[in-house]
Design a protein around this ligand. Structure first.
Ligand code: CA
Length: 217
C-alpha cells in the first residue's frame, strides 16, 4: 500500500515517512501544497496524510482540488485550536482528522481503518479460505497456525487481499509496494509470490500470465 504525506514540518514529515515505511507502506512525501496536489493526482495512493497549514497551496485547497479528481482517503492534520478547520476539512471531503500533537500509533491505526473502509472492509481480519490476515498486527495464520512472512511477503499479500477479486498488474504491485528510492533486489515479485504460495498454499494467489496476480473474491 502506498501513502502520501503532505507536511511541511521537516521533523514531523521525516518521522511519519519512517514510521509508515516501518509499517510496510511505500511512503512518499511532499513539503508544500502544490507538490502534494501534483503527487496526489498523478499517482494512486491508498491514503493521504494532509497537513492543513502548508506553504504555497493550503491544505484545504489541496483537498478541494483533489476531491474533484480522486476519492483517495484523506486524513487531515490540524492545529489544536483549529476546530473551524476540522469542520471545513471534513465538509470538503476529508475522511478523518488528527489534532497535533498526536501519537504515531493513533495515526497508523486511523490510516489502517481508512484504508479498510475504502474497500468496504469493516473488520481488521481478512479471511481467505483457511488463511486469516490480521491487518492490525500484520500477522497471518493458516488453519489457525501462525505463519511467518517477511515484510515484503506480507505487504504483497495484504495488497492482493485488499483488492481481492481484482487483477493487480505487476506495475501496480511495484508502484504500491516499493517507494521511488527503493531499488533493492528483493523487489522481484515472482519470488515473493512463490514464497507466499509455499507458506500459504499454491492456490491462494492466481497468476494471470503476462498480466499480473489476483486473489479470488
Ligand atoms: Ca504545517
Amino acid at each position: 500500500m502506498r501513502v502520501l504525506v503532505i507536511e511541511d514540518e521537516p521533523d514531523l514529515a521525516r518521522g511519519l515517512v519512517q514510521a509508515l515505511r516501518e509499517e510496510g507502506y511505500a511512503a512518499d512525501h511532499a513539503d508544500d501544497g502544490n507538490e502534494g496536489l501534483r503527487k496526489a493526482t498523478d499517482c494512486e495512493y491508498e491514503a493521504i496524510v494532509l497537513d492543513l497549514q502548508l506553504p504555497g497551496l493550503g491544505g484545504l485547497d489541496v483537498l478541494r482540488r483533489l476531491r474533484a479528481r480522486r476519492k483517495t482517503p484523506v486524513l487531515i492534520l490540524t492545529a489544536r485550536d483549529g476546530v473551524g478547520d476540522r469542520v471545513v476539512g471534513l465538509d470538503a471531503g476529508a475522511d478523518d482528522y488528527l489534532v497535533k500533537p498526536f501519537a504515531l500509533s493513533e495515526l497508523l491505526a486511523r490510516l489502517r481503518a481508512l484504508i479498510r473502509r475504502s474497500v468496504g472492509q469493516a473488520e481488521t481480519v481478512i479471511r481467505i479460505g483457511e488463511v486469516a490476515i490480521e491487518t492490525s498486527t500484520r500477522t497471518v495464520t493458516r488453519d489457525g497456525e501462525p505463519v511467518a512472512l517477511t515484510a515484503r511477503e506480507y505487504a504483497l499479500l495484504e495488497l492482493l487481499a485488499h483488492y481481492r477479486g481484482k487483477l493487480i498488474t505487476r506495475s501496480v504491485i511495484y508502484d504500491r509496494l516499493f517507494g521511488d528510492d527503493d531499488d533493492t533486489l528483493s523487489n522481484v515479485v515472482e519470488v515473493h509470490v512463490s514464497h507466499i504460495r509455499k507458506k500459504l498454499g499454491k492456490d491462494l494467489i492466481v497468476t494471470r500470465r503476462g498480466q499480473g496476480y489476483l486473489i479470488d473474491a
